[in-house]
Structures are given as structure tokens and as C-alpha cells.
Design a protein around this ligand. Structure first.
Ligand SMILES: NC(=O)c1ccc[n+]([C@@H]2O[C@H](COP(=O)([O-])OP(=O)(O)OC[C@H]3O[C@@H](n4cnc5c(N)ncnc54)[C@H](O)[C@@H]3O)[C@@H](O)[C@H]2O)c1
Length: 362
């Protein structure tokens, strides 16, 4: 079973190919879809390459795609300009030129960094993403945002650069630690919560089935999320307006990550808490019925995600960290506030006092 989701852009489109055990088809797919490719360069991280590197490199060799590779130490702290610069050196040492294809094999960290390198090396070379975490398969590999972190904040240096295609092999999730699966589920739930009630109901009703990681179920889930995110990207590729809706849970989530120095929460865990407090704020403002918050908390808890800002984190700290968020423009911070499941608004019209009080009401 395999499925293809088309990501449609203003002047272009590309497929996300979702299947199981299809990593070993990578070489053949590149030969078919990008027949001019002569040389390939793989960027992966140490964990992922240890498990899946041979499979990918063998497949590229079998298709005479002359692969070279270099690895990033695993971890968010390595998604920075220094490592991007090391990869530029590697690409030059391996004499990669504008006809070479860069392939990322890994989670969102590798995808974001490799995509940024592909976008900037020799003014841009072709790029294929092979995401191996649930978060990367449902979210970070979809939509062309690539970036590295700066000491002043996450993803501050980046651009929009789309891959030629995305190759998703759901069987890679078998080796992903449970906490990382849960983290990815936060983004899946986010898609349902702000974009599609039926998708949200599907997740709620099939949670135990999804946790078995059966390929056919995973493919179904990924297809749903990629289609939904693809629709948003088509409407607003460069995040000038509507795409901001995907930041649901992220403004408060980022604040929690900043306050805890990125050490306490996985990205999805912080987003899960952020989604709950966005909903509480929406309720405070009279937009959302409290029963929806109960439903969301129940679903997130069943997945194993946190839903509360711990007492040791004070409301003032959260607000201060929010002000540091890069999405702040003339001090106006857009918040995504649900009105129902599958329906949300983007608004700057919210009050610090209201957010403070929902955090203090904990
Ligand atoms: N570009 C976007 O639109 C976008 C969207 C959301 C998040 N992001 C970015 O994504 C990053 C987070 O991505 P992530 O959650 O995938 O984290 P990650 O890339 O750090 O991966 C998490 C961990 O899992 C390991 N791993 C990956 N695949 C594995 C597998 N199949 N088996 C075993 N271990 C595996 C990695 O080595 C790492 O230790 C953040 O930097 C975030 O900013 C980007």
C-alpha cells in the first residue's frame, strides 16, 4: 500500500510519497523522477544513519547515483549555522555542483538543516527529503520551511525551499522512541483541531489502533495530515496570513521551550500544552465551549502528552518569553484561537491579563 499527496504551489508542485518499506526504492525513484541526477549527497544524523544509512546508500549505489554522505550529531542544539557551514565545506570537498542532489535522511532537525544547506549552496541545489520521525513525516517535511537556529531564537535564519519530492517510509517509525512518536502526535492532533473535525474524530476513535504503528493505519494518518497541511500551504505558501494557523499551540509552546532552555520538553510536548492554553484563552474570551477543552485534554493525555503548565513556571515568564517569539510584529503577537473543533481564528486581539489568568487558574 502506498499513497501520494501532491503539494501544489503557485508555480510548481511536488509529491509526498507515503509507503512502507519504500526506503530501499529511493534510488529507483530518483532515477525515475529526477533522471538527470548523476551524483547524490546524503545528510543524516548519527542515530538515524546508524539504523537506515546502509539501506539508503545501497539503494543509491544500485541505481548508480554515486552517493557520498556526512553526518550531524543528533540533537536540536546542532541545528545551527556552524554545522551548515561544515556541510558547505563537505559539499565542496566532495565536489558537489549545481547538478548534484542533496538528500536528507532523518527527523525535523536534519530536514530543516539539510534543506537550508540545499537552498543556499551554490544558490540552491535539488533536494529530496526522507523524514524518519512522525513529526517530520506529518509536519516539518511538508511545506518548504527550512531553517537553522540562532542563539537569539529557534529557526531565526531560514527560507522557504521545497524539495523535489518527499519519500516517507512509515516502517522507520518502528525504531523511533515512544516519546518521539507522542511528540509527533501533537502535530497530528493540531491538524485536526484547527482544520478538520472529521480528521480529529478519526484520531479520537482510532487511537488504540494507531498506537500499534501498523503500516496501513499510519499511511492513512499521514495522508490525512499531509493533505490538510498541503491545503494551507497552497493558500499561503510564505506565511503572510492564513498559514499562521499552523502555529496553533506553538507561541505558548515555544515560550515554554525557551523558559526551560529546550531541556524539559520535546517540541510536541510543549505544543500540546500550548494548544490547551490557547483553548483556555479562547474560552476566557467567550469563543470556545469548555467541553472542547476537556475533549482535547483527554485525547492528549491518552497519547501520553502533558497538558498543564507546571506551577514553577510563572505567567509573567510565559508572557515575557512570548514577546521574544519571532512572530512578534510591532509587539502584536498573533494567537490561534479555536472556536470549535476544526475551526480557528488568527487574532492579535487578546489580552495579557486573560492569558495570565488562565495560567494562574491552573
Ligand atoms: N520546517 C518545518 O515546517 C518544521 C515544522 C515543525 C518542526 N520543525 C523542526 O523540527 C525539529 C524537530 O524535529 P523532530 O521532532 O523530528 O526531532 P529530531 O530530528 O531531533 O529527531 C528526534 C530524535 O529521534 C531520532 N530519530 C529520528 N528518526 C529516527 C528513527 N526512525 N528511529 C530512531 N531514532 C530516530 C533522532 O536522531 C533524534 O535523536 C525542530 O528543529 C523543529 O524546529 C520544523
Amino acid at each position: 500500500m502506498s499513497y501520494e499527496v501532491k503539494i501544489n504551489l503557485r508555480n510548481d508542485n511536488y509529491p509526498i510519497i507515503i509507503g512502507s518499506q519504500n526506503l530501499k526504492q529511493a534510488g529507483k525513484l530518483i532515477k525515475n523522477l529526477l533522471p538527470d541526477t548523476v551524483r547524490t549527497f546524503v545528510i543524516s544524523d548519527t542515530n538515524v544513519f546508524h539504523i537506515y544509512g546502509d539501506r539508503l546508500i545501497n539503494s543509491l549505489q544500485e541505481s548508480q547515483l554515486k552517493p557520498d554522505y556526512e553526518l550531524l550529531p543528533a540533537g536540536e542544539e546542532n541545528k545551527n549555522l556552524l554545522n551548515a557551514s561544515k556541510f558547505y565545506n563537505n559539499l565542496l570537498e566532495h565536489q558537489m555542483d549545481r547538478s548534484s542532489l542533496l538528500i536528507s535522511l532523518g527527523g525535523g532537525v536534519v530536514g530543516d538543516l539539510a534543506g537550508f544547506v540545499a537552498a543556499t549552496y551554490m544558490r540552491g541545489i535539488k533536494f529530496v527529503q526522507i523524514p524518519t520521525t512522525l513529526l517530520a513525516q506529518v509536519d516539518s517535511s511538508v511545506g518548504g520551511k527550512v531553517a537553522v537556529n540562532h542563539e537569539a531564537g529557534k529557526n531565526l535564519i531560514g527560507t522557504f525551499y521545497h524539495p523535489e519530492f518527499v519519500l516517507t517510509d512509515v516502517s522507520t517509525l518502528k525504531t523511533l522512541p515512544k516519546a518521539e512518536i507522542n511528540s509527533g502526535m501533537a502535530e497530528v492532533i493540531k491538524h485536526g483541531m484547527i482544520l478538520d473535525k472529521d480528521y480529529y474524530n478519526y484520531i479520537e476513535n482510532n487511537l488504540s489502533m494507531l498506537s500499534d504503528l501498523k503500516p496501513s493505519n499510519l499511511i492513512q494518518l499521514l495522508k490525512g495530515s499531509c493533505i490538510l497541511k498541503g491545503r494551507v500551504v497552497k493558500e499561503d505558501e510564505k506565511e503572510n496570513g492564513y498559514r499562521k494557523i499552523l502555529n496553533f499551540g506553538h507561541t505558548i509552546g515555544h515560550a515554554l521551550e525557551i523558559i526551560t532552555d529546550y531541556k524539559e520538553y520535546k517540541h510536541g510536548e510543549a505544543v500540546a500544552i500550548g494548544m490547551v492554553y490557547n483553548c483556555k484563552l479562547a474560552h476566557k474570551m467567550g469563543l470556545l465551549d469548555y467541553s472542547i477543552i476537556d475533549r482535547l485534554i483527554t485525547l492528549l493525555s491518552k497519547v501520553g502528552l502533558p497538558t498543564l503548565i507546571p506551577k514553577k513556571i510563572k505567567a509573567d515568564q510565559v508572557l515575557k518569553a512570548i514577546r521574544k517569539d519571532k512572530k512578534s510584529y510591532q509587539n502584536k503577537i498573533p494567537m490561534i484561537l479555536p472556536k470549535n473543533i476544526g475551526e480557528a481564528i488568527i487574532t492579535n486581539e487578546w489580552l495579557d491579563e486573560d492569558l495570565k489568568s488562565v495560567i494562574q487558574e491552573n
